[in-house]
Design a binder for this molecule. Structure first.
Ligand code: F6R
Length: 612
């Protein structure tokens, strides 16, 4: 949460920083601000509550000569300490106005720090924890900004990414990090710091991750990275192969709509090149020997939100194919339950961003208990990927819309691959079976594209039901996690009460919620349980529900009980989430748009949740 950009080079910093912030706005949009050191040696700070558009408007009204520098920092905020107001927007400055700081994270000892500063005569103008850092640097500054930042880092408890400038140090931006992401972009005559690579891939593809408790000095002609004691540290650069167009809207009204349409291509990337000619899946990323896989006694999957739902699907696949018991845990609950893990446990930590604090803490806990941790992530070099024993990258490309779509889809593909690999190595599926299941998985991109081509009636239906304040989603077996996902998408995008339930459970209480006309989405692809779902649908329809049924081509068992029928192509039931997911994404997006809502940036949310 919170997006940060720092730039030193020869281009107008205002343009580079604002373009970077627009890429990072998904990380928080409570306020935004920038600081630019002008050619005349002044530090100009402009900040506004609300979305980046408000800051742009304020900048339009700011004299251009006060913004004309080639060094700047910027921030887009997801509020923690202090309301989302102009006053609390970053950058924050010290008493002299010479130092500007942007911050991502939360400082646990901020009350103590603020009290101390006020006692020593500093006047703090905001309610934020961040402002304390600007004043602490002011106290420590003796002509070397990086040295002051290093010292101040030692005073801070909690998590932080800091990016700092000083009016008297032209062409220097200093960054520091603990627990949260900061990436260096290494250009030619220009360098960047950012919360993620999308902020600078239009300028450079060469990147380096800033590691825990490191401080970076960014200059036009190079970077220096040190530990907190000031000793230089080495680090590897990596190449970012995401294409810039993937981080643009490309003519779509919203990123979410584009990302929904990108799903066939994204799954192709996840699945591509995975099956060797010998019928073995190439899953070297798991980095486990066959012997270790054969010695596993359990799998534990952790994730949050939509990612947790992908984890629930993993349970069905791994238990069915690999005959291993699987527990799926919401990451924020996991370690407080005192889970029983050992070195025969595989923990699969799923996270699109790779930065979710709850999942990161679950990874750390699992590793302390000696489990083998596999990260399934979309973000190369993310904290969760780096702190796990092994990382499987989903290769879905940048996902900008806050509500996850293609990332969930690629996570599904990834967990099926993991399940098949475990099954093969453990001897529960032979070469032919693996080849056949892999073939089914490799066919899904075309099937997803087919479903996408059928969505016009779903959009029309979404507009028809958009005035309802309650929608229910029912499913059985792997349809159940998808019912949870459908409900979450609608909640977060349209702000309506949406519940996802196992269809068989509804008669035990939730059926009381059904009134005449309540829309109920029933996920019912062809499956051994379809006959039971037919009964469940009849039960709710008898109570007045408007039934919206997702069913397989050629299966007419539900047609008489459906007010609206959404068809998907025939697919093995275990893989059906990859198709049933699509109509629910489209339905929730269109439902929210019909209410006039911004589906890329739903209220109160941020894409990367880096607080516990
Ligand atoms: C919902 C959504 C969230 C994320 C969750 C985990 O659409 O996007 O529920 O799935 O915050 O995020 P990652 O996968 O980045 O750990």
């Amino acid at each position: 949460m919170c997006g940060i950009v720092g730039y030193v080079g020869d281009k107008p910093a205002l343009d580079v920083v604002m373009a970077g912030l627009s890429r990072l706005e998904y990380r928080g949009y409570d306020s935004a601000g920038i600081a630019v050191r002008t050619a005349a040696g002044e530090l100009t700070v402009v900040r506004r509550a609300g979305k980046l558009a408000n800051l742009r408007e304020a900048l339009d009204g700011t004299p251009s000569e006060t913004l004309d520098g080639t060094m700047g920092i910027g921030h887009t905020r997801w509020a923690t300490h202090g309301a989302p107001t102009d006053r609390n927007a970053h950058p924050h400055v010290d008493c002299t106005g010479a130092i500007a700081v942007v911050h991502n994270g939360t400082l646990e000892n901020f009350t103590e720090l603020r009290d101390g500063l006020e006692h020593r005569g500093h006047a703090l103008a905001s309610e934020t924890d961040t402002e304390a850092v600007a004043h602490l640097i002011e106290e420590r500054y003796a002509g070397d900004l990086a040295a002051a930042v290093r010292e101040v880092c030692g005073d801070l408890d909690g998590s932080f990414v800091l990016v700092v400038t000083h009016r008297d140090e032209p062409d220097v931006v200093v960054g520091a990090r603990r627990n949260l992401p900061l990436v260096l972009g290494l250009g030619d005559g220009e360098n960047f710091l950012a919360s993620d690579v999308t902020a600078f891939i239009a300028h450079t593809r060469s990147a380096r991750v800033v590691e825990q408790d490191q401080v970076v000095t960014l200059r036009r002609d190079g970077v220096t990275v040190t530990d907190l004691a000031g000793s230089p540290v080495d680090g590897a650069t990596f190449y970012v192969d995401w294409d810039t167009a993937a981080a643009e809207k490309a003519g779509y009204e919203y990123f979410m709509l584009k990302e929904i349409d990108e799903q066939p291509a994204a799954v192709r990337e996840t699945v591509g090149g995975r099956l060797g000619p010998d019928g073995r899946l190439t899953l070297d990323e798991l980095a486990m020997s066959d012997e270790d896989i054969q010695g596993l006694t359990q799998v534990v999957v952790v994730g949050c939100g939509s990612t947790y739902h992908s984890g629930l699907v993993a349970k069905y696949a791994i238990e069915r194919w690999a005959r291993l018991p699987v527990q799926v845990e919401i990451a924020s609950e996991f370690r407080y339950r005192d889970p029983v893990l050992d070195r025969h446990t595989l923990v699969v930590a799923i996270s699109q961003s790779g930065e979710t604090a709850d999942t990161l803490e679950a990874v750390r806990h699992a590793r302390r208990l000696r489990a083998w941790v596999l990260a399934v992530s979309n973000t190369v070099g993310s904290s969760i990927a780096r702190e796990s024993d092994a990382a499987f990258y989903t290769r879905g490309g940048p996902e900008v819309a806050v509500a996850s779509t293609k990332a969930v889809m690629t996570q599904l593909a990834a967990v099926y691959l993991v399940g098949l690999h475990l099954a093969h190595v453990r001897g529960f599926r032979d070469d032919d079976e693996v080849r056949s299941h892999f073939g089914d998985l490799a066919a899904t991109p075309a099937q997803i594209a087919d479903v996408l081509g059928r969505m016009d009636p779903v959009r029309k239906l979404a507009r028809e039901i958009a005035s309802h304040e309650r929608v229910m989603f029912l499913g059985r077996h792997v349809g159940y996690p998808m019912a949870l996902e459908g409900a979450l998408k609608l909640k977060e995008l349209a702000y309506v009460s949406a519940e996802g339930l196992p269809a068989g459970e509804i008669k035990h209480g939730p059926i009381a919620l059904i009134e005449k006309g309540t829309p109920v989405v029933v996920i019912a692809p062809r499956h051994a349980l379809t006959a039971k779902i037919v009964t469940n649908v009849q039960e709710i329809r008898a109570r007045g529900a408007r039934t919206i049924v997702i069913a397989t081509d050629g299966d007419d068992s539900l047609a008489p009980h459906a007010d609206h029928l959404i068809r998907i192509p025939d697919i093995k039931s275990l893989l059906s989430p990859m198709l049933t997911l699509v109509p629910m994404q489209v339905l929730s997006a269109e439902f929210a748009m019909a209410r006039g809502l911004d589906i890329d940036q739903p209220r109160n949310l941020a894409k990367s949740v880096t607080v516990e």
